[in-house]
Write a protein that binds this ligand. Sequence first.
Ligand SMILES: *Cc1c(COP(=O)(O)O)cnc(C)c1O
Length: 425
Amino acid sequence: MHYFQYRGDELYCEDVPVRTIAEDVGTPCYVYSCATLCRHFTVFDEAFKQVPHLTCYSVKANSNVAILKLFGSMGAGVDIVSGGELYRARLAGIPPERIVYSGVGKTVGEIDYALAEDILMFNIESIQELETIDRRASEAGKKARIALRVNPDIDPKTHPYISTGMKKSKFGISMDNAIKTYEKAKNLQNIEITGIDCHIGSQLTELTPFVDALKRLRVIISRLADMGIEIRYLDLGGGLGIPYDQESPPHPHDYAEAVIRELDDLPCTLIFEPGRVIVGNAGILATRVLYIKHGPSKDFVITDAAMNDLVRPSLYGSYHYIQPVAKKARETKVVDVVGPICESGDFLARDRGLPMPARNEYLAVMSAGAYGFSMSSNYNSRPRAAEVLVQGDRYFVIRRRETHEDLVKLETIPEFLQGAGPACG
Ligand SMILES: *Cc1c(COP(=O)(O)O)cnc(C)c1O
C-alpha cells in the first residue's frame, strides 16, 4: 500500500492532491504522509515484538516536533545527538526514560541538560567524554547511565560520508580499547554501566554488516560478563536503507529475523535507532518549475527548490526520483534539474531522463522525508520551505514557510553602523 499515488493523472498524498497543497501552501514544500509514518514505525517496531526492545527514532532524520509527537504517541523513544534535539524531544513529550544520546562532541552544557532530564543513557564515544560525564554527574549528585559506542570496524558498504563503523572513522571506541574503557567506567563513582552500542552507517542495503557487528559486540558482552559487568541494553543503532532508485534493502522483518537469530538467548533489552527507514519514503519535496533553459550542451529544468532545501544530491550524489504532480503525455528528455542557488553543485538530479515539464508545473521529488528538511539551510538567504503533514483527506502546516523577517531576526546592527554617514575611515 502506497500513500503517494496517482489517481487518474494527479499525484496524491493519501487523499489530498499534492497540487492542492502546492497551490495553498506554496513551494518548495515538504509533504509527509501520516499513514506512511505510522505504518513504517509500526512495521519496524512490531518486527521485534518477540524480544524486549525499545525503538528510538533517530531525531536527526526528521526533527519536526509534530512528527516526534506522532512517534511518541506510538510508544517510540528517540535517539538524539544534541541538546537541541533533546529540547525537541521533551517538547514533543518523549519521556526521558526513552531517550538515548549519541554523538562524539557532547558539550558540558548538553551533558548537564541530559543529566537534569535523567535520560535513559549516554552513548559514550571517547574516554574524555566518559570522564567529563562522570565529573558532571558528580556535580549534579547523580549517576549517569552509559553505554560505550563500540566501533566494530565493519564496512557497511554505503556512501563513505555515512559510513560510521570503520576504524578510520571518528565514531565510537575501537574493539581493542572497548574492554579497558569499560574497566575504567566501572571504577568511576558517578557512572552506571547499562549498555553497549554501535551504529555502523546509514542507507545499508545488506544484512551481513549488521550481523557481523552484532557478532563482535557479543564477544565483548561475554568478556564483560566474565569481569562482572552486566550489559542490560544492547543498542544496535540505525542504518537500515530504503529504496530510492533500484536498491532493494532488506525488509525490517528480515533484519529482525537476522538480528534475533544472532542474539540467541542473550538476556538484553534491544535498542534500535532507525531514522531513514521510518521517514525517508514518507515524505516528498514539492517544487515548481521556474524556467526551462536550453544550454549549448545540456538542458536544464530550473526549480524553486534548491540544495539549501534538499542537499543530499549535492552532498552525497544521492538519487531522488522526480515525477510530475500532473501526469500527461510528453516527450522524455535528459536534463539536469537544478535550483536557483549560485553554485554549480546545486542540483536535484543530473543527466536525468524526465518527462519534460512546462514552466510553472509542479514536480515531486520523492523519498525526501529523511535528511531533507532537517539538513536544510538558509544559504543564498532563501527562507526555508514549509512542512505539511497529511492525514487522510486533511492536511496541516507543521512548519510555516520562513519569511524574509525570519532570515534576519537574530541579526543586529551595532550602533556605530546606525548613522547615515560612512562608517569607515
Ligand atoms: C544518524 C544516526 C542514526 C540513524 O541512521 P539512519 O540511517 O537514518 O537509520 C542512528 N544512530 C546514530 C548514532 C546516528 O548517528
